[in-house]
Every structure is written in C-alpha cells, then in structure tokens.
Design a protein around this ligand. Structure first.
Ligand SMILES: *Cc1c(COP(=O)(O)O)cnc(C)c1O
Length: 392
C-alpha cells in the first residue's frame, strides 16, 4: 500500500539543499562535558546551565518520590494526578518568584501553549516580541487573538501598536526576560510601564533566567522588583533546574483560572513524581548555594571577554547564552564541524529558529565548563573562524 510520503521526501531534499535539514544525533550524554570510552567533548548545546541534572542531591531527590509513588502520575492533575509533592513544588516556586501562587505543568512549551489562550481570545490582542520563542508564538496562534509582533526590545514600537488598538478587548504583552537565541535581556521595568499605561497584561518567559538571575536564582522579574506588576511569569523546570516540566507564577486568581482554562494542564497527565522530586532537589540546592547563578554569569562574562579579545564582535549577549553570528547556513555548519574535530560540540542554529541570514553558533555556557575550558573553546573557535575566512 502507498504510504503517501513522497512529498515529504521531496521537501526534506529541499531542506538538505538549503543546509536547513535537521537531524537527530545520538550522543553519549547530555551535559556540558561528555565522554565515551575513547573521547571527551565539551558540549555547549545543553541548557542544564547550573549542571544540576546529574547532581547527586538532585538524583536522590528524584529517586525517593519515584519509589514512593511510582514512575507515572496516572492521570491529569484534575482527575487523579495531584500529589502532595505537586503542591509542595508549587509553593516553593511561588516563594522563589515572589508571587502568591504557581502552577506546574507538562513542560515549558505546554505551559505557554495553555497560558496565552487562557488569557486572550478572539476579541483580544497579543503583542509579542519579534524574537519570542516558538512556544509563545504557538500559544498566541492557538489563542485566535489578533497577533501583533513588535520589533525586538523596541518599546516605542510596542507603544505605537498599543496606542493604535481599540480600547475594547484585553491586551497581553509577551516577552522573554533572557532571549533564548541571542542571550540579550528585555528592558522589563520600561516594558511593564508601557503595558501599564495601556492597561495591558504582561507575560514574561523566564525559561533562561530562572535559577540564574536575581537573588537565589529568582529570575529577572524579581531582580527588577516587578513580581507584583507582571500578570504572569513562566519558567521551565527543564533548564537550570535540571529536571522536566514548566510552571506559571502569579496571583491565586490566575492559578484558579489556569486550572479551569489551560487546556494542556487539563487534558494532559500530571508531571511524574520523579520530575517533581528532582525539581524540588534543585530548589533545595539553590537555597543552600544561592550564588550558583552569579558564578555562572561571571563564567559567561569571562567567555565573552575572551571572544572579544580574539576579535569577535559584541553579540549583545548579557547572559550565559552567547551566540557567535555567522550569517550563512552552510558556513555555520562547517564551523560547527571544525569545532567538533577539536572536541567542542556546539549547535549551528539556523532559520526558521532564527531570522533568515542570521545562522549562528549558540554557545550555552554552563557550570560544567571551567575557565580553562572556555579559553580552549575560544582558541578553537578563532582557529576555525580564520580557516573559514570569518576572522583575520
Ligand atoms: C525552552 C524554552 C521553553 C520551553 O521549555 P521546555 O520546558 O523545554 O518545554 C519556553 N520558552 C523559552 C524561551 C524557552 O527557551
């Protein structure tokens, strides 16, 4: 019988021809430092920024709930899936975020997919930073709201869009506090002020800030003193917290609303006990070692300073995410291949993840990388860039 997949083969061939094909690659591990029986690599592909996913305390914290409650939660949170540790985790996240309440869900992606349609519908408008993550775009599309994209971090543009909207209908301004592909920061206080002037709600995605920025890793909303002015801040348990899952933090009313309206929360099975336990373990660790995020940011600043010395232009990054802009897809792939030969794994990020013509190597600095590792990496990168004619 025909499988009707010839059209996919043709599309895939086209992606390959444009150096835009994505393919899975099995590796011997997923952290910042990998090895098999014969080789060792530094990996800058992992978002396990604080190197917690394999921390013995986090592993222990995942094991106890696994043994006590089992491998799966069995049902949606509303059906039979809510365990005491789900509530404990939510109380801990709310406290971290300086908010009255929090709700955990399947993943950061699923949280964004549920959040935006819960806050905005057909007669409303979602205003989204042009570089916002795919999960925010997908949530906005799913909401069926009028979608406006504002130029990246451009508050004048945001304000002109808000000013042109009719008074009726809710408005939701959406941004990331640390941008996932550029590593730069959103001007949160100014953004909150603009949103306030137009009575707009605000959603800040802290996927790359939670655990790293702010006191004890609270994130940039807390760091900016905005915890009670942002409608909802969301984050993931899957990056700096080394586990899996996502969360939204805000008021008690917001949490009640999400329990009733966030469809990925309602129609999908609760987070497994082991993932909840691991996240709690990571939060315990952050409480006991609150300086981990600050150490990571110092390490990232060290990396950016070495890049500047080697002649790479300032990327605008102010975080642990450090892109090296290349432009051309094929050239980005060749650079990544040269680095791999030097024992350095880095992803060549290409469109549609980033705008056309802005292919880049995205370095995620983690606490698994020492300063010596970072110096070595810059030397290897500079050699590769010279070989490709990108650097003199
Ligand atoms: C990774 C990411 C998400 C999704 O989080 P997951 O837990 O991995 O699904 C959401 N927003 C941003 C900005 C991200 O980078």
């Amino acid at each position: 019988m025909a499988r009707h997949d010839e059209w996919m083969a043709a599309e895939l061939a086209q992606l390959r021809a444009g150096d835009a094909l994505r393919a899975l690659e099995t590796r011997p591990g997923v952290g910042g430092r990998l090895h098999d029986d014969t080789c060792e690599w530094l990996s800058f592909a992992s978002n396990d920024y604080l190197d917690l996913a394999r921390h013995p305390r986090v592993i222990d914290a995942a094991g106890a709930p696994l043994v006590r409650w089992g491998a799966g939660a069995g049902a949606s949170r509303l059906v039979a899936g809510t365990l005491p540790i789900h509530e404990t985790l939510e109380a801990r996240l709310a406290a971290l975020k300086g908010c009255p309440a929090a709700l955990v869900g399947g993943s950061g992606y699923a949280v964004n997919l549920g959040l935006i349609p819960a806050l905005a519908g057909r007669s409303d408008t979602v205003l989204l930073d042009r570089l916002a993550h795919a999960s925010l775009v997908d949530g906005a599309v799913l909401s069926r709201a009028n979608l406006c994209r504002f130029r990246h971090n451009d508050l004048e543009h945001l304000e002109s869009l808000l000013a042109a909207l009719p008074a009726a209908g809710r408005k939701l301004v959406v941004t990331e506090s640390v941008f996932s592909m550029d590593g730069d920061l959103a001007p949160l206080p100014e953004l909150a002020a603009v949103a306030d002037r137009y009575g707009a709600m605000t959603l800040v995605d802290e996927a790359h800030a939670t655990g790293i920025f702010g006191p004890g890793g609270a994130g940039r909303v807390v760091e900016s003193g905005l915890a009670d002015r942002i409608t909802v801040s969301m984050g993931t348990l899957s990056k700096a917290l080394g586990s899996f899952g996502g969360f939204a933090a805000g008021s008690v009313i917001l949490r009640d609303w999400l329990v009733n309206r966030a469809r990925p929360f309602i129609y999908s099975t609760a987070l497994p006990p082991s993932a909840v336990g691991a996240a709690l373990g990571a939060l315990d660790l952050l409480r006991d070692e609150p300086e981990r995020g600050a150490v990571l940011l110092q390490r990232a600043a060290f990396f950016r300073a070495r890049l500047a010395e080697a002649g790479f232009p300032d990327s605008g990054s102010r975080s642990q995410i450090v892109p090296v802009l290349v432009g051309d897809n094929a050239c980005a792939l060749r650079l990544a291949a040269r680095l791999r030969d030097a024992g350095v794994l880095v992803v060549a990020i290409r469109p549609p993840t980033v705008p056309a013509g802005t292919a880049r190597l995205r370095f995620a600095v983690t606490l698994a990388h020492s300063e010596a590792d970072l110096t070595y990496t810059v030397e290897a990168l500079a050699a590769a860039a010279r070989a490709e004619g990108l650097l003199k």
